[in-house]
Write a protein that binds this ligand. Structure first.
Ligand SMILES: [Zn+2]
Length: 290
């Protein structure tokens, strides 16, 4: 008989095709307002895909997107999903100091809450940018009343990563209930490998993700945390010609295969909102070693 299935965390980082870290050197923040918005159509397709499988998820949304897509925010909420924050305009946490970070997350949260009509208690840093450089980030999240963060990739990667961080839920501060739920890694030959979604999910065969999530669920008996972006199911998005070749390879590979792959994933495993995962993981969260 199969083991009782663990509910895994499903998340969508709601940003448009031009708001990704990979293109920040070629598309200036000031140019965003002149670009075609595709995020609404793509999120509606994601909502359909989740409804088909009857799964609930968390939508970590940019304040910038919430400000321009109020109706979409309400659709997400009405469908039973969690609305959470991905910062205002995708500036990475280590580019802030504590004061500017405080202002960014406050502005994002207020905008998202006004648009969606619900309280926001979860946060995901743009490009998993909470790491050793940002010890004040958790203090600020705790002080602003967040229940959880899912902002750490506990792995070495060329664009992000905090390789010494715990792989599963931890308490970053001794004086606060705030918990961090890192994105999923699997152990392969004694090494941590990124297995929580994004480009890895799109580029590698589906079997890799299946193997990784099973390992985490069965061997470690923990929930996996998976994420993707609405633009990843949009093969028709404009191509950014002058982006670095590596960024282009990463961004455009297998966009046409993403939706069927996601369909398989959401049907094969049990999924839930991140606030549910945070609640369930709270008792098992370990203190962050100083
Ligand atoms: Zn993002």
């Amino acid at each position: 008989m199969a083991a009782p299935s663990i509910v895994n965390g499903l998340s969508v980082d709601v940003e448009d095709w031009f708001q990704v870290g990979a293109f920040e050197t070629v598309i200036a923040r000031e140019a965003w307002d002149g670009l075609a918005l595709r995020v609404e159509d793509n999120v509606l397709r994601v909502l359909d895909l989740f409804a088909e499988a009857d799964v609930k998820a968390t939508f970590f949304t940019l304040g910038w997107v919430a400000q321009r897509n109020g109706a979409l925010m309400r659709r997400i909420v009405e469908a039973g999903h969690e609305l959470a924050s991905h910062g205002f305009d995708h500036a990475r946490v280590f580019t802030f100091d504590r004061k500017t970070f405080a202002a960014d997350i406050l502005r994002a949260r207020k905008t998202i809450e006004d648009a969606g009509g619900v309280a926001v208690t979860g946060y995901r840093a743009p490009s998993f940018s909470i790491d050793q450089r940002t010890p004040w980030a958790y203090m600020e999240l705790a002080e602003q009343g967040y229940a959880y963060s899912s902002s750490v990739a506990p792995v070495a990667h060329d664009h992000y990563g905090w390789r010494e961080a715990p792989r599963f839920a931890f308490r970053p501060l001794p004086w606060s209930d705030l918990i961090e739920i890192p994105v999923t890694t699997a152990m392969l030959g004694g090494r941590r490998v990124a297995a929580g979604g994004g480009g890895f999910f799109r580029v590698l065969p589906y079997g890799f993700s299946r193997w990784a999530i099973r390992q985490v669920n069965r061997r470690e008996e923990r929930p996996a945390v998976f994420y993707f972006h609405p633009w990843e199911i949009d093969p028709g998005q404009p191509r950014v010609a002058d982006a670095p070749i590596r960024s282009k390879l990463r961004h455009y590979t297998n966009l046409d295969r993403m939706a069927p792959k996601l369909r398989e994933l959401v049907h094969e495993f049990a999924w839930g909102r991140m606030d549910l995962i945070a609640h369930r993981e709270a008792a098992r969260a370990v203190p962050l070693a100083a």
